[in-house]
Design a protein around this ligand. Structure first.
Ligand code: NAD
Length: 516
């Protein structure tokens, strides 16, 4: 196959798994070469409705199987993801143009999330006794019921890991899923889904639909009891508004303009080495990628020199092996956006320290990792997400100035602090308005910690994925409480007159022993 190691028959098999009854298709191209990968079958609105009906029926049976069964199935899928990793990595590289290393990371973290939810769902969701309003007289228990049908809408940049972050906890909690895959990421998702089907997840329980973002996205929101959306802030707001019409709750994982602070006690060489990865992995097409660096003056020259040298030395190109450090942009619209941000910045006075240009000699969508300085507020790249390999370095005079600059953004997704002292870095981290903050790392420390919540503040999102929070999204809590009969609660004025004094004494006593 041109532009991909995947075979035609494998691609055909995956295309066959899309839930559609129509013959419409859309062309999908390989970022590395620009060659057509396949005519992707697309779904109609009726297909979403049909998929939802079938997934709802399958959900009832799936929920009835219980936690132990679901744990076994998901752990089997984990093993299949690892066994099939080369194929999954091929699919990811084919569709996104990322390097083999960064595609490997997707599989690694997708498998981690699968194991985590398989093992932890039962302990998070088992029924639990809670403190009763009146000890001994009332007994209270909370249990969780799955939402039913979860709609998952995913982007093209991390199709495998971002899908599994949402789909697997939803399944582990006993839900069904209808997922709208971005057309550019559908093969990667379908290849991963096969591992779960082969492990025992009923095919109809997790349906994948494709097609027009608005039309099919709206249909998914309308069909679901809960929606997980990952994508741009602009689209996220539309999803929230659509969900609100039916009071369907949503979680939104949106864009960022992620800052890194480099404090004056770093080893500039080591800091620069780690910072480069944080900016250019997946060629900056990662929601948690760093696009702004604030470096303290005393280390600025040494840090910038090293950062620029290491950026310029990155090996870029199309390769289905580990021989490259950075790959390609994914879509022509991405190339246009990245070039426009650089051109605008240069026209308004920014300095390009390295990069700044497309590399058509490598492939149609390659763009050089780019370092800018002298970036000012009038430039498009100053406050808007580039979602590409463009980072602005700004020198600051103090840690306070760096924190203020980092927080001066409508976004609050991810941030990074580099310091020679972890305790100093932690103090700074607690002053940054972001859902995740990485110390001496760009994003991988938090991104890989699947037991910890991930999400955005401000315009970067709503709700959290991963960790306990990531499972609790997919259930409704129900409280069941009973009177034990030890004492009858007062019903009449006479009974209140008799018991109110005792009840007040009880409150005083509970406070005295600091009981919740
Ligand atoms: P996008 O918002 O254009 O599309 C995301 C998905 O939504 C796609 O599947 C698309 O088809 C679908 N969609 C489009 N219109 C829709 C509508 N009206 N209703 C429902 N669905 C609709 O985003 P994109 O360009 O694919 O992805 C890039 C953006 O996603 C960046 O801003 C990036 O920061 C963000 N992102 C965030 C995270 C995170 O975890 N916070 C992760 C990855 C990407």
């Amino acid at each position: 196959m041109p532009g991909t190691p995947l075979t035609r028959s494998f691609i055909d098999e995956l295309d066959h798994d899309i839930h559609t009854s129509i013959t419409d298709t859309t062309e999908v191209f390989a970022p590395f070469t620009g060659e057509k990968i396949h005519d992707l079958p697309v779904s109609a609105v009726d297909d979403v409705t049909d998929a939802a009906t079938k997934a709802r029926a399958a959900q009832k049976r799936w929920f009835a199987t219980g936690f132990e069964h679901r744990r076994r199935v998901l752990l089997r899928a984990h093993d299949l993801l690892l066994e099939r990793r080369e194929l999954l990595i091929d699919a990811l590289q084919t569709e996104t143009g990322k390097t083999r290393g960064q595609a490997f990371e997707e599989v690694f973290i997708g498998a981690s999330a699968t194991r985590y939810y398989a093992v932890s769902a039962k302990s998070v969701l088992r029924p639990r006794a809670r403190r009763a309003g009146i000890p001994l007289v009332i007994r209270t228990q909370v249990s969780y019921r799955p939402k039913g049908l979860v709609g998952v809408i995913t982007p093209w940049n991390y199709p495998l890991s971002l899908s599994l972050f949402d789909v697997i906890p939803a399944l582990a909690a006993g839900n069904g899923v209808v997922q709208k895959a971005d057309n550019q990421g559908a093969l990667s998702i379908l290849a991963a889904r096969r591992a779960f089907i082969d492990a025992g997840v009923p095919a109809e329980l997790w349906a994948v639909v494709t097609g027009d973002g608005t039309e099919i996205g709206n249909a998914v929101v309308d069909a679901a009891n809960y929606v997980c959306f990952t994508g741009s802030t602009a689209t996220g707001k539309k999803v929230a508004a659509r969900g609100a019409e039916a009071l369907t709750a949503v979680s939104l994982e949106l864009g960022g303009k992620n800052p890194m602070i480099v404090l004056d006690d770093v080893d500039p060489r080591t800091a620069a080495q780690n910072a480069v990865y944080a900016c250019y992995a997946s060629l900056g097409q990662l929601c948690v990628s760093i696009e702004r660096i604030y470096v303290q003056r005393s280390v600025a020259d040494a840090f910038t020199r090293e950062f620029v040298a290491r950026t310029a030395a990155l090996v870029q190109g199309p390769a289905f092996d580990f021989s490259t450090d950075v790959g390609s942009l994914t879509l022509p619209s991405q190339l246009e956006r990245v070039q426009a941000h650089v051109d605008d910045a240069v026209a308004k006075g920014a300095t390009v320290l390295t990069g700044g240009s497309a590399r058509p000699d490598l492939g149609p969508l390659f763009f050089e990792p780019t370092v800018l300085t002298d970036v000012t507020d009038e430039m498009d790249c100053s406050r808007n997400e580039t979602f590409g390999p463009v980072v602005a370095i700004t020198v600051v005079d103090s840690a306070d100035q760096a924190i203020a600059a980092a927080n001066d953004s409508e976004f609050g997704l991810n941030a990074s602090v580099f310091s020679g002292s972890i305790s100093r870095a932690r103090r700074v981290a607690h002053l940054i308005d972001a859902g995740s903050i990485n110390i001496n790392e760009g994003y991988r420390a938090t991104f890989s910690s699947v037991d910890a919540p991930m999400g955005g503040m401000k315009q970067s999102g709503l709700g959290r994925r991963n960790g306990r929070e990531g499972i609790l999204r997919f259930v409704d809590a129900r409280t069941v409480a009973n009177a034990t009969g030890l004492m009858t609660l007062p019903r009449t004025g006479a009974e209140f007159a008799k018991l109110s004094g005792v009840m007040i004494l009880m409150l005083v006593a509970l406070k005295a022993i600091r009981r919740r």
